[in-house]
Design a protein around this ligand. Structure first.
Ligand SMILES: *[C@@H]1O[C@H](CO)[C@@H](O)[C@H](O)[C@H]1NC(C)=O
Ligand SMILES: *[C@@H]1O[C@H](CO)[C@@H](O)[C@H](O)[C@H]1NC(C)=O
Ligand SMILES: *[C@@H]1O[C@H](CO)[C@@H](O)[C@H](O)[C@H]1NC(C)=O
Ligand SMILES: *[C@@H]1O[C@H](CO)[C@@H](O)[C@H](O)[C@H]1NC(C)=O
Ligand SMILES: *[C@@H]1O[C@H](CO)[C@@H](O)[C@H](O)[C@H]1NC(C)=O
Ligand SMILES: *[C@@H]1O[C@H](CO)[C@@H](O)[C@H](O)[C@H]1NC(C)=O
Length: 810
């Protein structure tokens, strides 16, 4: 963050609000503004209201701490703790200011358990929580950020907030680094730290008890070299500063709720709060895989997850200990196959797309260009590799490695070029050279043939297909002579562009099979993109067959699949975009549930039933949805319901015809007993989920997590109890309780209860449901529903309707 934005931020903070704390000692009262101390039962809120300072007890702990947390978000997230090593043992605590401008935390016996080590004292000190989450002590007459007497941003805990510098001030010696909590309910310093080491060229390290676990790599002008996925934030949001006075990393955009956290298990996450999912989305979490472990492959080798084994010696190097290496213990690394002889000529082998080696063993110059850098490395016998320091603007600066190259990881999308020095003889011995030339010739011929073939093929496809702006090709779905329909296949780049590279800002939600993003194609069309998670064990052809199969299902109550994309590991499904989000956003949200009156809700229930009937019967390809739930019912502009995610369970599991599965796909609260317990599924499992959905739509309450002051019944048990007592209408959301709806409501509740019967054979078929909904036929009396008692529902504390995908042990 530039100092201009700091000043701006501070300006606004000061205008509106500040709170200050009192002087306890009574001398020199005339020189001090009398102010209020902060007691345990009070909190202090920043001007913009984004942060709150107060007393808290994390998790199950009873100890009291003074700290700062995000306000206005539903998941308690602490960002700073004052007395992390010296908790208060009871709820008597006062945070106050001494006449020395020192902020102190005093316990019940008057002892000081924590204090700010303020550098100098002034006559009118004030403490203030800035909008950035920074707690500062300053002179009440001087609000310049450079003149703070003390600030919490200089003493980070486990979180780096936007605008907070992480790194070292060489003049004052102040080193700001993150220290993990011991556990989620103990903020005292854990074993992990994340700090920037200035040795050689600076780079952040994640250490455990001061032993390097993970290295983030040097800053390359855009990001730290270990970053494997191209970040979606703009370059002006991140900054790495290195000069004689200081070295620090800062990121930030105060308009976002975001943080960087070092968790107790030693992972650093960059997170962003997503308002509509009410959860943290993680941009990245490091270390992420076995190649991230520091020095996993030892010296002069590179780690590549795509290789087997993942470690390979660099060209001209051999394993130091062949036995260890072959046993999978690669930490010893590799050594030169022939001893280094500086009198022979050398050249370089380029390793593209890598995380640069440990720069503690490096030398750098920020102005040199790459060829000067190469020359410098050739001249110096101890230089073993070189690379550009900064990759922006075509590359600049020079990094030279002295004596060793260690901790190189191959990254597929990002990374940069590394040049490793080898004797010229290794670059092309006579035999090897000839072999290489013949390989190259063969490759050239092959490429030429491929190109010709591809061109001919494309020309042929072009003539066949109608002109279409974005779709690069299409899959024909008319192999059953069901009328002409073609499914466009999009290039991955096109979709990546449309979704801002799958930015978290574009994320609409997380389904059972992967996240869904909103995208806008270059012609302005809005799409929803489902990025299937990688664990689909399907081959390309199978996947295409399944997609064609799903594309054939067309009904006004099903979301329409408009395209797909298969490239390398990626499997994307492209759907029409539904502007009104999903049903759960309306029925469970007290601020928007009045948008749906009873006639509209009944229409939605009818629509879902028609969509389900089509899946179960009319489509000729009987499909069991297996994850029918409120968040899978999308609403179009006219609030017509459209079932989404149908056919996906099938896509993931292949064409299973047997009625039992090892892999339970579904959502707690919607799954019938026989499926949850035995993995048995049939159309009647969907009927159960439909019944739950009907009762949820009527009551405006979630089945999962439902609680009632009088009993432990689930929503289903509650509905049945009311029904038996003849007071079924009490179940209805107060907003739709209206005597003119009584008959329809009563009937719908009864249908809902019939659908959630314990035994599948007691539940109506989908076609019977349609009949019951659309006529006045007599209804059966429901028996006790499945999952009658709420406590039987497997509880999960973090989320109330998370989709589960798990293996059933059999
Ligand atoms: C602050 O208070 C202490 C203890 O009461 C007193 O000795 C000291 O003189 C005071 N300092 C100033 C600057 O007023
Ligand atoms: C604040 O405390 C730290 C560590 O306790 C110490 O290194 C530093 O010198 C102190 N600063 C001042 C201004 O006293
Ligand atoms: C901060 O984030 C907002 C919302 O994504 C964006 O519009 C804005 O451009 C960002 N600011 C900077 C300085 O990048
Ligand atoms: C987040 O949602 C709340 C209500 O749910 C709303 O008041 C707030 O303005 C939203 N914030 C943003 C940044 O959209
Ligand atoms: C960096 O390289 C430039 C160009 O070769 C040179 O003028 C400059 O003195 C070098 N700087 C250092 C610190 O070596
Ligand atoms: C090679 O470079 C290193 C780092 O700059 C330096 O310490 C060493 O003296 C150089 N060696 C020679 C032979 O120039």
């Amino acid at each position: 963050m530039k100092s201009a934005s700091y000043a701006h931020l501070l300006f606004w903070s000061l205008i509106i609000f500040f709170i200050s704390l009192m002087v306890i000692t009574s001398t020199a009262l005339d020189t001090v503004t009398p102010i209020e101390p902060l007691h345990d039962d009070k909190t202090l809120v920043s001007t913009g209201g984004n942060f709150e300072l107060g007393f808290f007890s994390p998790g199950s702990s009873t100890r009291r701490y003074v700290g700062i947390w995000f306000k206005n978000i539903s998941v308690m997230t602490y960002v700073w703790v004052a007395n992390r090593e010296t908790p208060l043992l009871d709820s008597f605590g006062v945070l106050q200011m001494t006449n020395q401008s020192v902020l102190t935390l005093v316990n019940s016996t008057g002892g000081v358990v924590w204090s700010s080590n303020t550098s100098r004292s002034v006559s009118n000190p004030v403490a203030q929580l800035l909008d950035s989450g920074n707690l500062v002590v300053r002179d009440s007459k001087d609000d310049s950020l450079d003149n703070m007497l003390w600030q919490s941003f200089d003493y980070p805990c486990h979180t780096q907030l936007p605008g907070m510098k992480l790194g070292k001030n060489f003049v004052t010696g102040l080193d700001r680094f993150l220290t993990s909590w011991k556990s989620s309910d103990d903020p005292s310093p854990g074993s992990y730290t994340y700090r920037i080491d200035p040795t050689g060229y600076p780079q952040p390290f994640l250490l455990r008890d001061n032993v390097v676990q993970f290295r983030d790599g040097p800053w390359n002008g855009l990001w730290f070299s270990s970053t494997s996925r191209l970040p979606t934030f703009s370059p002006n949001e991140v900054e790495f500063v290195l000069n004689n006075r200081e070295m620090y990393y800062v990121y930030g955009n105060f308009s976002l709720v975001t943080n960087r956290v070092l968790d107790p298990s030693g992972h650093i996450h960059r997170q962003q709060w997503i308002n509509h999912t009410q959860g943290w989305a993680t941009y990245f979490s490091k270390p992420d895989d076995s190649c991230d472990i520091y020095g996993a492959c030892g010296a002069f080798s590179s780690c590549n997850l795509a290789n087997n084994p993942q470690c390979q010696c660099m060209n001209g190097f051999v394993p130091k200990s062949v036995t260890n290496w072959n046993a999978g213990n690669w930490m010893d690394g590799c050594v030169r196959s022939a001893p280094l002889n500086c009198s022979v000529s050398h050249g370089f082998i380029k390793y593209p797309h890598v995380k640069l080696p440990d720069t503690r063993y490096s030398w750098y110059n920020t102005t040199m260009m790459l060829d000067e850098c190469r020359g410098m490395c050739l001249q110096n016998c101890s230089c073993v590799a070189y690379a550009n320091l900064d990759i922006t603007n075509g590359g600049s600066g020079c990094l030279l490695w002295i004596n060793t190259v260690i901790d190189v990881k191959v990254l597929s999308a990002s990374g940069q070029d590394l040049y490793v020095k080898v004797p010229l003889s290794k670059l092309g011995g006579d035999k090897k050279k000839r072999l290489w030339i013949s390989i190259r010739a063969t490759l050239a011929v092959l490429t030429l043939m491929l190109l010709c073939g591809a061109t001919l093929y494309i020309l042929w496809r072009r003539r066949k297909s109608k002109a279409n702006c974005n779709a690069s090709s299409k899959i024909s779905t008319n192999n059953n002579n069901e009328g002409e329909s073609e499914l466009p296949i999009y290039a991955f780049d096109v979709i990546a562009k449309a979704t801002n590279d799958f930015s978290v800002y574009n994320k609409l939600g997380q389904g059972g099979f992967g996240p869904v993003y909103k995208g806008v194609l270059s012609d302005g069309r809005e799409i929803a993109v489902k990025r299937l998670s990688k664990d689909s064990r399907q081959g390309l052809d199978e996947f295409k067959n399944e997609v064609i199969f799903i594309a054939k299902l067309q009904h006004r109550n099903l979301v329409r699949l408009t395209g797909c994309c298969v490239e390398a590991e990626e499997r994307l499904l492209i759907y029409e975009y539904m502007p009104n989000k999903s049903l759960d956003c309306y029925i469970f949200d007290p601020t928007s549930n009045n948008l749906l009156d009873w006639p509209k809700r009944l229409e939605i229930i009818n629509g879902i039933a028609r969509g389900l009937l089509y899946l179960h019967q009319d489509s000729r390809l009987r499909i069991v949805h297996r994850d029918l739930k409120a968040s899978n019912i999308l609403l179009d502009a006219e609030m017509n319901p459209k079932i989404s995610d149908f056919g996906l369970a099938r896509t993931f599991n292949g064409n299973e015809d047997e009625a039992q599965t090892m892999r339970v796909v579904g959502t707690y609260g919607y799954m019938p007993p026989e499926y949850t317990i035995d993995g048995l599924f049939s159309v009647k499992s969907d009927v159960f989920s439909f019944g739950v959905l009907v009762l949820e739509i009527i009551s405006g309450k979630k089945n999962r997590g439902f609680s009632h002051p009088d009993h432990y019944h689930s929503l289903l048990g509650h509905a049945w109890t009311l029904f038996k007592e003849g007071t079924a209408l009490d179940l209805a959301d107060p907003l739709i309780q209206n005597s003119s709806y009584a008959y329809q409501l009563q009937r719908s509740i009864q249908i809902g209860l019939l659908c959630v019967q314990q035994h599948p054979e007691d539940r109506p078929s989908t076609s019977l449901i349609a009949v019951m909904l659309s006529s006045d036929c007599e209804l059966l009396e429901p028996k006790e529903p499945g999952f009658y008692i709420g406590r039987c529902l497997p509880q999960e504390s973090r989320s109330n309707d998370c989709t589960i995908t798990s293996l059933l042990g059999r």
